[in-house]
Design a protein around this ligand. Structure first.
Ligand SMILES: Cc1cc2nc3c(=O)[nH]c(=O)nc-3n(C[C@H](O)[C@H](O)[C@H](O)COP(=O)(O)OP(=O)(O)OC[C@H]3O[C@@H](n4cnc5c(N)ncnc54)[C@H](O)[C@@H]3O)c2cc1C
Length: 654
């Protein structure tokens, strides 16, 4: 590595990541006429956003009673009151405008002609108290294309693919309450060209997605989710919030290996009569379609830990009653195929023809899907660090985080279809905040500090040790599932921390060649380091939880109750350079409102129960009418063999 390998660049705003969040941040900053550089390790716009199901929360898409307050409260209470209210309010306020912006950029929903509104899913997704989830033909690809079109349309935007953002460059000044941190730009490894980029910029937006690759192969996400966002954030001085709150999607595939981890359905997939069963055929969860993802995952993992799991460490989603009902049965297949078409196709291909017809139960297992915790931000996405040993928030000047990178919106549970809204709302807010900061800043012209930051990376090339970074990565992934996965105990968490100390030592004995062009071992090492940092934050945050709450089960703790005091966990690097966790008390929703919310939830569960216990002749008729209402009044004609659900079948789009 010589100084010839360094390229010096200059801009107003760097956006790290080209998924949904990144593209929205780019648009917001570019509209202000500023020079924007996008850095993406995946090809432009390839990301979780592009492989998603394409279902997005749009307030009032279902009915006009879906006010800002109703949506904000639904998000906060579904997240066990851990979410930051300022952030849930911003989410609810901007939800419609954010969606309209995506439509202007090219996204096309199906339209409900009667209401002249985007069509919502037939059954509200589990935990949503209103029907507001809007689907799209071609699922995530529709979003991927929209993002691509958004990024390329601005002349003042330059983009770099196959580039790994390595570190935020910053300067620190002792302030009154602790450190004042100011961003100066970032360092990037341009793998395809074998260059290091020193990019001078007063604003950096972290939009680099999640961490689910920590659990590979038990994940449905893109492989680049190596926790880079959180590692970049905490190293820049940011606090991390609720890092223990990983969302494990309950209904993913456990086999065959080529399908392992992929999404098979949502709680709403189970429809009115679907239940979860253990290996002894005992029902472990009913009214599945009304449940949150967290409730379903918990039921499965408790059965697995109890020795009642399915052969591949999951449980059985039994939808056979839906199909066997004499009148409503024929409607169910139409519903199943059209609700989440790509998830249905995964299940049909992986589990076979009978499963495709829902004649036999599906073996499902939770998969890591999304990080509900993340970088601490305010509602304008300004990144926050707390004053020394206090909780008083201090803004890091010039640093912004949004999308899956940020924390504070979802707390202990994310409702389905809300992440695409999150990225549209907060990606755009981040771009606007970054532009405002850039307009108010005097540009740094000195690259000395970049050289200092780069020193630690330069020394990672040409290492003569014996261990391969990719092998260490594989080992770490297994340990993550076992110890900081969906079922945890204090013992497992401590075991994980001891393991992380060991693997950190192993980093001194790795082998990395000196090549600059596509040095895969260097890339593996960088990602491994980010994964270690993120895993440590997850383990330390988990230990700070006193009750079992959220996306995973604490087998050794009581479940948190309605009366528990809500708090977020906060992890930061202290002045001794060690990770430390704190509790950040959250504003509790007034008890009266919680009780109202719970009563309406109970009412929905009671209706579901009545449906199950009524004589079949009556319940079948009621369900048939429900399907007619939600699927439209078109006649369902079943042609011979058409229930096979072969992949590629045309299904009615929602
Ligand atoms: C199978 C699946 C289905 C889903 N379905 C839905 C759905 O229907 N509705 C919904 O609301 N949500 C859904 N989600 C969740 C949602 O898609 C994601 O949470 C969301 O797209 C995340 O957006 P993002 O912009 O924050 O991250 P991403 O879209 O993942 O983008 C991250 C970007 O950062 C880049 N990057 C990462 N690290 C670096 C680095 N160090 N340097 C440079 N670049 C970097 C990546 O290359 C990528 O471009 C689904 C997710 C999956 C996996």
């Amino acid at each position: 590595m010589t100084s010839n390998n360094i390229e010096y660049l200059d801009c107003d705003v760097i956006v790290v990541g080209s998924g949904g969040t990144g593209s929205q941040a780019v648009q917001a900053a570019a509209e202000e006429g500023l020079k924007v550089i996008v850095i993406s390790k995946d090809p432009m716009s390839s990301s979780d956003t592009k492989i998603c199901e394409g279902v997005i929360t749009v307030r009032e898409a279902g009915d006009n009673t879906d006010t800002e307050e109703v949506l904000s409260e639904n998000i906060k209470l579904a997240g066990a009151d851990l979410p930051d209210k300022n952030i849930t309010v911003a989410f609810a306020n901007d939800s419609k405008d954010a969606y309209d912006r995506l439509r202007v950029n090219g996204l096309r929903p199906s339209i409900n002609k009667e209401k002249n509104k985007p069509k919502t899913l037939a059954i509200a997704m589990g935990g949503h108290n209103k029907s507001r989830s809007v689907g799209h033909k071609n699922s995530g690809v529709a979003f991927g294309h929209t993002n691509w079109d958004t990024i390329i349309k601005y002349k003042n935007v330059e983009y770099f693919e196959d580039c790994w953002f390595l570190e935020v460059v910053k300067e620190e000044i002792e302030g009154n309450k602790g450190k004042d941190i100011k961003v100066l730009g970032g360092i990037v490894y341009d793998a395809a060209r074998g260059k290091i980029l020193f990019i001078n910029a007063p604003s950096v937006v972290i939009a680099s997605g999640g961490l689910s690759s920590l659990y590979f192969p038990k994940t449905d996400t893109m492989r680049g989710n190596t926790g880079d966002s959180y590692a970049l954030g905490i190293k820049a001085g940011a606090d991390l919030l609720d890092m223990e709150q990983i969302q494990f999607l309950p209904f993913c595939l456990a086999s065959p290996p080529s399908y392992e981890g992929l999404l098979a359905g949502e709680p709403s997939t189970a429809s009115f009569l679907g239940v979860l069963r253990d290996k002894n055929n005992k029902v472990i969860l009913d009214s599945v379609y009304l449940r949150t993802r967290a409730e379903c995952s918990e039921a499965i993992m408790r059965a697995v830990e109890d020795g009642r799991g399915s052969p591949n460490g999951g449980a059985f989603l039994d939808m056979t009653k839906n199909i066997s009902a004499p009148k409503s049965g024929k409607y169910f297949m139409k519903y199943l195929k059209s609700a989440l078409p790509s998830a249905y196709n995964n299940a049909r291909q992986a589990l076979g023809k009978e499963a495709g017809k829902a004649e036999i139960p599906w073996e499902v297992r939770p998969s890591a899907h999304y990080s509900m915790g993340g970088i601490r931000v305010d509602e304008y996405t300004r990144v926050i660090h707390s004053a020394e040993n206090q909780y008083e928030p201090i803004i890091i000047k010039g640093l912004f985080a949004a999308g899956q990178a940020m924390g504070g919106l979802f707390g202990a549970n994310r409702l389905g279809s809300t992440s695409l809204t999150e990225l549209a709302v907060f990606g755009y807010r981040a771009g606007k905040s970054a532009a405002k900061n850039a307009n108010q800043s005097v540009k740094n012209k000195n690259y000395d500090i970049f050289h200092k930051h780069y020193f630690n990376f330069k020394n990672l090339f040409n290492k003569k040790g014996k261990l391969k970074p990719y092998k260490l990565k594989l080992d770490l992934q297994k340990k993550c599932w076992d110890n900081i996965g969906p079922a945890r105990t204090e013992k497992k968490l401590k075991k994980m921390l001891t393991y992380l100390e060991k693997i950190e030592k192993d980093l001194n004995n790795v082998n990395v060649p000196k090549e600059m062009i596509w040095n895969q071992q260097f890339l593996d090492l960088i990602e491994l380091k980010n994964m270690i940092t993120t895993a440590k934050a997850i383990a330390i945050a988990s230990l700070k939880r006193e009750k079992s709450v959220g996306g995973h089960v604490r087998l050794d703790k009581k479940t948190s109750s309605l009366f528990s005091k809500p708090y977020s966990t906060l992890v930061k690097i202290n002045k001794n350079n060690a990770f430390e966790a704190f509790k950040l008390l959250r504003q509790k929703t007034p008890l009266k409102r919680i009780i109202n919310y719970k009563i309406s939830e109970k009412f929905r569960f009671m209706k579901a129960k009545i449906l199950r216990i009524l004589p079949e002749s009556i319940s079948d008729k009621i369900i048939e009418n429900k399907y007619k209402n939600i699927l439209g009044t078109d006649q369902i004609t079943i042609k011979p063999g058409s229930l096979d659900g072969a992949p590629g079948d045309k299904v009615n789009q929602i």
